[in-house]
Write a protein that binds this ligand. Structure first.
Ligand SMILES: Nc1nc2c(ncn2[C@@H]2O[C@H](COP(=O)(O)OP(=O)(O)O)[C@@H](O)[C@H]2O)c(=O)[nH]1
Ligand SMILES: [Mg+2]
Length: 303
């Protein structure tokens, strides 16, 4: 379940207010200024909020309204159109399609999960494993977070609940070597998908990026998935941009949407990183992963 009531309120407030006015640029301007502030309060990045408002203004300024005509539907459809533009990306990749394609070439799909500590990588790896198992694929997990205490056990417990293999070494060992082992294991045993769980310590950002690059070089992932915590708003967007500088991200998963009233990170991340949000995390069980549907998201905030 996705919440977003705060963002929804910002939109309905704007629609209500503007409906009382004429759609002239001078009348709209102050309303758009308020709307922009509301968007920023709801974690939409400032540049993106500005962009949304200028597009809305441009689109509405061309609209002719008759006296006493209700402008609400026009305003709503304009907002919908602008938001859909923000949530759509030119770059397109699909997780299941990639797995099917690799399978047809008799090769395992390697998926690397990156993100900072606590963003939900390990749980998301397990959720994606469950999704793939449901689709009839075989899966194993590479415990490449060899840094954080308890990380290997956490991945192992999730793997055993799913009935799949977790490939591990000891703490402090080379994360890329673990990923490599897992890929070799998958090749030897005909496993369809390797999910690589990684560390996300931020205090040594440079080392983290180097580690991710090394894993990517050695395990040659078919997909790199950025896992961001939606509750952290703009931070999640900035992190994605940081990772993007040293690694090509293919897909985004936004976690904790079940607890996020704002949802601005979803709007910003697609715009600023130009990568599709593939799934959203909506709870702590292994089934709490939903495909992200921009139309449904917009429907949620613009009823
Ligand atoms: N409510 C909620 N909690 C989540 C979600 N995804 C992850 N978590 C929780 O966030 C915390 C950190 O998750 P974890 O997978 O260990 O993060 P990692 O450090 O990136 O591997 C755990 O308590 C998870 O249960 C989600 O979609 N919704
Ligand atoms: Mg973890």
């Amino acid at each position: 379940m996705v919440l977003l009531e705060s963002l929804r309120k910002a939109f309905s407030l704007f629609v209500e207010k503007i409906s009382l006015e004429e759609l002239s640029p001078e009348k709209i301007k102050p309303l758009l200024e308020d709307f922009k502030i509301e968007l920023v309060k709801n974690d939409v990045a400032y540049t993106v909020a500005e962009n949304i408002c200028s597009e809305v203004s441009e689109k509405l300024s061309g609209v002719k309204v008759k006296r006493f005509e209700d402008v609400k539907p026009t305003v709503k459809s304009t907002l919908r159109q602008v938001l859909l533009g923000k949530l759509s990306t030119r770059y397109r990749k699909d997780l299941i399609e990639t797995v099917k394609f690799k399978l047809s070439a008799k090769e395992p799909t390697v998926i690397l999960f990156v993100g900072v500590n606590g963003s939900g990588k390990t749980l998301t790896v397990a959720k994606v494993a469950r999704l793939l198992l449901k689709n009839g694929f075989t899966v194993c997990i590479a415990c490449s977070d060899t840094f954080r205490a308890g990380a290997i056990e956490q991945a192992e417990i999730l793997a055993s609940r799913l009935g799949i293999r977790a490939i591990k070494q000891s703490y402090g060992s080379d994360a890329a070597a673990v990923a490599f082992d897992a890929v070799q294991y998958a090749k030897a045993h005909g496993i369809n998908v390797v999910l690589i769980d990684t560390a996300g310590r931020m205090q040594t950002k440079r080392n983290l990026m180097e580690e991710m690059q090394k894993i990517a070089r050695i395990a040659k992932p078919d997909l790199v998935v950025f896992v961001g915590d939606s509750l952290t708003g703009n931070d999640a967007v900035n992190q994605a941009e940081e990772f993007m500088k040293c690694l090509n991200i293919d897909l985004v998963v936004l976690t904790k949407m079940d607890a996020d009233a704002k949802g601005g990170a979803a709007i910003s991340i697609s715009t600023l990183v130009d990568r599709p949000i593939a799934y959203v995390g909506v709870g702590q069980t292994l089934d709490d992963l939903e495909p992200f549907d921009p139309e449904k998201f917009i429907e949620n905030i613009l009823p």
